[in-house]
Design a protein around this ligand. Structure first.
Ligand code: GAR
Length: 233
């Protein structure tokens, strides 16, 4: 088997998506090792989750730096020292400069709680509810300089139900995020998909070879859609 990718994770808070990646990476055949977790916010729950899993952590507080560039230089230094070659944002809530994004181009993933390109930015679920949309979901994509923008690796669709509150909808989408992100990272880390221009291209696989990522019946979620599966449902 080829060498595992060395993954760094950027967080700002709770770290439940980080936990999903930690749990997935325990499987012997998972193609990625989590080698460093960096938070830009001190003392967050995600740091505790990483420590409990024995993953090295670092806090790089953006407030300690005079500029975005200086903050990002500190991120780069920590990531370089840990030998990170693939970066995952997991609830990382800082905008990154074009310089940082270009240094990690096509080696940097983000998860966002909507079906991009719809509902970029903050307060996603409240805006989905106000819009009257009947379907929302989550997206894992390669990072570009524009916020919540970039080639899409995978998406999961989630229904908006009558009477949903923001909290209920967020929880339903979060459950889908926890299944999508490990699946998407597996596709990227194993080389099954890669960026081709501004889209993600993959090796076609049959739906029954989709890493067990399809949603079980009755959980109110659609199947996960990733490039190899697109059009097969
Ligand atoms: C997740 O819902 C993630 O999609 C979102 O923040 C939450 C973090 O939760 N990210 C964004 O909105 C990025 N634009 P977590 O810390 O428990 O993983």
């Amino acid at each position: 088997m080829s060498a595992k990718r060395r993954v760094g994770v950027l967080i700002s808070g709770r770290g439940s998506n980080l936990q999903a990646l930690i749990d997935a990476a325990k499987a012997p055949d998972y193609p990625a090792d989590l080698v460093l977790v960096i938070s830009n916010v001190p003392g967050v729950q995600g740091l505790d989750r990483a420590e409990a899993a024995g993953i090295p952590t670092s806090t790089v507080n953006h407030r300690d730096f005079p500029s975005r560039e200086a903050f990002e230089a500190a991120l780069d230094e920590a990531l370089g020292a840990a030998g990170v070659d693939l970066l995952c944002n997991a609830g990382f809530m800082r905008l990154l400069t074009e310089g940082f994004v270009s240094r990690w181009l096509d080696r940097h993933l983000n998860i966002h709680p909507s079906l991009l390109p719809a509902f970029k930015g903050l307060d996603t679920h409240a805006r989905v509810l106000r819009s009257g949309a009947r379907i929302t979901g989550c997206t894992v994509h390669f990072v570009r300089a524009a916020m919540d923008d970039g080639p899409i690796v995978g998406q999961a669709a989630v229904p908006v139900l009558e009477g949903d509150t923001e909290e209920a909808l967020a929880a339903r989408v979060l459950a889908a995020e926890h299944r999508l992100y490990p699946h998407a990272l597996r596709l990227v880390a194993s080389g099954q998909v890669a960026v081709d221009g501004e889209r993600v291209a993959g090796i076609p696989v049959r739906p029954d070879e989709s890493n067990g990522a399809d949603a079980p019946e009755g959980r109110g979620e659609s199947a996960l859609f990733s490039p190899p599966l697109r059009g097969n449902f």
